[in-house]
Design a protein around this ligand. Structure first.
Ligand code: ATP
Length: 259
């Protein structure tokens, strides 16, 4: 197994006491998979992703990537956030090179690698632009190029398309599927968008409301991932099944919160 999330739990100390956010999470991911984690708001999705990224440590349990325990952040794990997190004063090219600069990669190699990945995301013509000259979808493609340029083993995405309008979001779905198929990179994304999860993933993990536990694992078998698939019965059946599961586990959480 490439990613092993082995029985992790996470508690936060808050003013009102100990808050258990994640409980006994077990997830295994193979190299090259596209996995989505879905759950109601507050189910701990971002917290889980932060543990995998090494930005925070689980209270118990262990996460291993390619057999190596996660002890902190690493360029091996590329992160993409909802709000792009581009530096507004740097050009698209400079934003894309940024991680490499931190790693001390030479100027020439930075240029070459960033240009390569800007080409991968279809933004070569915008290399000299500043972020505020780009649309939301383009900014997110820069953020993806910036993550890919460090050639991570896994791309971790936290609600990456949550801030985009519906049409841009749909074109980004097609873009990321194409990119995944071309690069064969392992992707782990979190979302509460049911259609997004079904369209993108080969497996989906459904979390319960807080404390987040894995309630269900769904395998998605779609013959093709073109835009038209969303009109097919098989897609709609998966979507309906996932919606029912989210309603069920979200409602359980609401009941639990009241007792
Ligand atoms: N550093 C922290 N200290 C205390 N509580 C925290 C901390 N980080 C997260 N939480 C709590 O953990 C719970 C889960 O938060 P998290 O952001 O992981 O959920 P989520 O599923 O990603 O939610 P959303 O879909 O709304 O983004 C929330 O109740 C949040 O308040």
């Amino acid at each position: 197994m490439f990613v092993q999330i082995d029985n992790i739990s996470k508690q936060f100390q808050t003013q009102s006491g100990n808050l258990t956010v994640l409980k006994n999470i077990n997830i295994n991911i193979d190299r090259g998979e596209f996995v989505c984690i879905v759950g109601a708001s507050g189910s701990g999705k971002s917290t889980l992703l932060r543990q995998i990224a090494g930005l925070d440590t689980p209270s118990s349990g262990e996460i291993r990537i390619a057999g190596v325990p996660v002890k902190g952040p690493s360029p091996d794990r590329g992160m993409v956030f909802q709000n792009y997190t581009l530096y507004p004063w740097l050009s698209v090219q400079e934003n894309t090179e940024f991680g490499l600069k931190l790693q001390g990669v030479s100027k020439r190699e930075r240029r070459e690698r960033a240009s390569y990945y800007l080409n991968v995301v279809g933004l070569s013509d915008f290399a000299r632009c500043l972020p505020n000259e780009l649309s939301g979808g383009m900014k997110q493609r820069v953020a993806i190029a910036r993550a890919l340029v460090c050639e991570p083993q896994i791309l971790l995405m936290d609600e990456p398309f949550g801030a985009l309008d519906i049409h841009t979001k749909e074109s980004m779905h097609e873009f990321i599927i194409d990119l995944w198929q071309r690069t064969k990179i392992t992707i782990l994304s979190i979302t509460h968008d049911v259609e997004e999860a079904v369209f993108l993933s080969n497996r989906i993990f459904v979390l319960s409301s807080r404390p987040g536990t894995v309630k269900k694992e769904m395998t998605i078998n779609l013959a093709e991932r073109g835009a038209n698939i969303k009109r097919h019965t098989i897609f709609q059946d998966y979507r309906d099944e996932l919606m029912v599961l989210l309603r069920q586990y979200g409602a359980e959480g609401l009941v639990a919160a009241k007792v």
